[in-house]
Design a protein around this ligand. Sequence first.
Ligand code: ATP
Ligand code: MG
Length: 139
Amino acid sequence: MGLERTLTIIKPDGVEQQNVGDIIKKLEGNQFRIKAVKMVRLMRQQAEKFYAVHRERDFFNDLTRYMSSGPILVLVLEGENAIDRLRDLMGATDPRKAAKGTIRQLYATSIEKNVIHGSDGPATAKTEISYFFSALEVL
Ligand code: ATP
Ligand code: MG
């Protein structure tokens, strides 16, 4: 609660489909402030490290191949209750189950290619932000 920071990623499908502008507009329209942003392409091993918590899951190979398949946009967002609010705005992991008007309902094409990532708690937000950004880069 209170003012929080969270990490979001516009995944390769969002960049490829040119939905970056629409998604950022939605984020800014929902009281998230951009504190840092960059476009990167992850090496396979970097995607594996980022999603290490899922390494035993059967979708891990597909997930890390997909996340390293093209450029992604990585952003630090700040706002009141930002972590939970971003998860709400993203919608359910499976876009077929995502509530109307959520980013995944609008732009995702499958449970894997689901267009956006958001940190799932304060500890993960901190780790994920420092995975991509140095303190000097978060304004
Ligand atoms: P994220 O961590 O990317 O914000 P999430 O927290 O909604 O998404 P997780 O359970 O953490 O979902 O899964 C991480 C990612 O792995 C999902 O966003 C999706 O891209 C992929 N994924 C999850 N479940 C499946 C599945 N059953 N089949 C294929 N891919 C999946
Ligand atoms: Mg997750």
